[in-house]
Every structure is written in structure tokens, then in C-alpha cells.
Design a protein around this ligand. Structure first.
Ligand code: NDP
Length: 285
């Protein structure tokens, strides 16, 4: 696909995967607009322009797209990347307000942006929407329930949308990265209703997750996958990013569900932890 004069909008481009994606798209020839809640200030020294956007605000989403359309007259690619997580914790350790907050960014933020660009893409008769999912969108982990739920919502929404829009020249894909080295961990929200009953499990899973993050992929791995999806003549609905995510997808698809269940429980020592400390120690040896 020819990227000359193609206009791309990447949400959450101030750091991590969004920034790497914006840079990759610039290199591939797109004219790129990134976004940050801090606006142009977050774009200093970046080779793409930065628009102010808070994806949790209807008016902010509409204003960012209005500005882009006023300048360029069209939008060819939307990458819905902005998102965050809640630090590993029991599902009941997050209040309803916190559950709604994570959905408001990770899911409804993407819905707001999609609704804002679609009238323009329909008018053009073309467009690509690429949504940032996660391996947790097909393989949910314990103590990550809310985050995994938002990414499952992204998967379902994207699949429906791709069916609806295909005959209008618009395609939708989901990118599924594994752990990636970004500011994601530094930006995790702490659960807002911590319970003593989960203290030990929370600490153990947090430790395990930190190990995964240290072995994480570079954001460029995800950025390359976004570009591949954007340029594909016949894009797939789902793209895992990098070999680790691909391996997890393979496990989910081909391993019997019972084995996957046992593997997760063993890896995170979920059953040993539910027992008394002395019995757990025996089991772990
Ligand atoms: P970062 O924390 O580095 O980047 C998050 C980006 O999202 C920032 O640019 C931030 O911009 C933006 N953002 C957060 N909240 C909002 C909001 N309300 N409105 C607008 N922008 C917002 O994390 P990553 O790069 O790792 O995360 C990017 C995406 O990748 C997320 O959707 C995440 O779920 C997904 N992902 C990450 C993985 C990982 O291991 N890192 C693995 C799988 C998926 P600013 O603060 O400047 O407004």
C-alpha cells in the first residue's frame, strides 16, 4: 500500500508502544498525529505533531479529530493505543469506580475515537482502525481481572466492527502484544480497596509479573506489527506481536483448556498459596 500523503492518528503517543508506533509510521511515510493528555508539550523533539486528547472525554475525542480533519481533510489510519492497567490484585480489591475508570480509557476511549473518525472514513470509502489489545485479551490471568476484561471487550468490539465496515472499505484489526518494556508498569493504578486477605498473593503475583516485564519485548516489536496490519492488502482481524505473544496464542488455540488451566495455576502457585504455609512449602519443594 502506498503511504504517501496517508494521515494517521495514534492515541497515547507520548511514550511506550504509542510513541514507537508513531515513529514507525513516520518512517514508513505516513503523516502522523500523536496524542497525549498534555498536548503539544508532550511532543517536543518528536518528528510528529502532538494533539491534546483525553480519551475519557467525549468532547476531547471529537475536538482532536475535528482539528486533524480541519488540517488534513481526511484520516486514513486510527491506532487506538491509549490505555493503562491496575496493579496485580484480587478482583474485589478494585472499587466499582476503579473498574469503570479502566473501562473508560481502555474500552470506551477506543469507542469514542472510533465514533469520531467513522463518519470521515465512511465519506472517504476507506480507512483502517487498529486497536491495541493484549495477550490478556485471549488468555486472562488471575489478579488481572479488570484489565483482562477491558482487553476482551476490545476483541469483541473489533470483530463486530470489522464485519460491519468491510463493505464500506474500512477494516479493523487488533494487535495482541505480550509484556512490553514501556512506562506501563510505572503507570499502573494501585487497587483502591486493598484487603488483607489478598496481601500475600498480591505480593507474589506482582513479583512474578515484574520478572515477565523485565523479559519484555521492545515497543518496536509491537510498532512493526501495527505497520504490518496497516499495510496489509487483506488485513487479518488479529495480529500477535512478536514470538512470545505468538507462542501464547498457539497455547490457547491448540492446548486442551484443562492443561492451560493447570499450567497457569502451577506457574503462579495458586493452589499452594491457598493452603497453610507449612503445607505450601512442602508442595513447592
Ligand atoms: P505507557 O504507559 O508507556 O503509555 C500509555 C499511553 O496512553 C501514554 O501515551 C498516555 O498518554 C496514554 N493515555 C493513558 N490514559 C489516557 C487517556 N485517558 N487519554 C489519552 N491518553 C491516555 O504504556 P504502553 O505503551 O505499554 O501501553 C500502550 C497500550 O499497549 C495500552 O493500551 C496497553 O494496554 C497496551 N499493552 C501494553 C503492554 C505492555 O506490557 N506494556 C502489553 C499489551 C498491551 P499521556 O499520559 O501522555 O496522556
Amino acid at each position: 500500500m502506498n503511504t504517501h500523503n496517508k494521515i494517521a492518528l495514534v492515541t497515547g503517543a507520548s511514550s511506550g508502544i504509542g510513541e514507537a508506533t508513531a515513529l514507525r509510521l513516520v518512517k514508513a511515510g505516513y503523516k502522523v498525529y500523536g496524542t497525549s493528555r498534555r498536548g503539544a508539550q508532550a511532543g517536543q523533539a518528536k518528528p510528529f505533531e502532538m494533539l491534546a486528547l483525553d480519551v475519557t472525554q467525549d468532547e476531547s475525542a471529537e475536538a482532536a479529530v475535528r482539528t486533524l480533519i480541519a488540517r488534513e481533510g481526511r484520516i486514513d489510519l486510527l491506532v487506538n493505543n491509549a490505555g493503562f492497567g491496575v496493579a496485580p490484585a484480587g478482583a474485589e480489591e478494585s472499587s466499582i469506580a476503579q473498574a469503570q475508570a479502566i473501562f473508560d480509557t481502555n474500552f470506551f476511549g477506543l469507542v469514542r475515537m472510533t465514533r469520531a473518525v467513522l463518519p470521515h472514513m465512511r465519506r472517504q470509502g476507506s480507512g483502517r482502525i487498529i486497536n491495541m489489545g493484549s495477550v490478556f485479551g485471549f488468555l486472562p490471568m488471575p489478579y488481572m481481572a479488570l484489565y483482562a476484561a477491558t482487553k476482551h471487550a476490545v476483541e469483541g468490539y473489533s470483530e463486530s466492527l470489522d464485519h460491519e465496515l468491510r463493505t464500506r472499505g474500512i477494516r479493523v484489526s487488533v494487535i495482541e502484544p505480550a509484556n512490553t518494556n514501556t512506562q506501563f508498569d510505572a503507570n499502573l493504578l494501585e487497587p483502591d480497596e486493598k484487603l488483607e486477605a489478598y496481601r500475600e498473593a498480591r505480593a507474589a503475583v506482582t513479583q512474578k509479573m515484574s520478572e515477565f516485564v523485565e523479559q519484555g519485548d521492545k515497543p518496536s516489536v509491537v510498532a512493526d506489527t501495527v505497520l504490518k496490519a496497516a499495510l496489509a492488502v487483506n488485513p487479518k482481524l488479529r495480529y500477535t506481536a512478536g514470538p512470545r505473544a505468538g507462542g501464547l496464542q498457539w497455547l490457547r488455540r491448540f492446548m486442551p483448556a484443562g492443561l492451560v488451566d493447570t499450567g497457569i495455576r502451577k506457574n503462579l502457585q495458586l493452589d499452594a498459596r491457598a493452603l497453610s504455609p507449612s503445607r505450601a512449602t512442602v508442595l513447592e519443594k
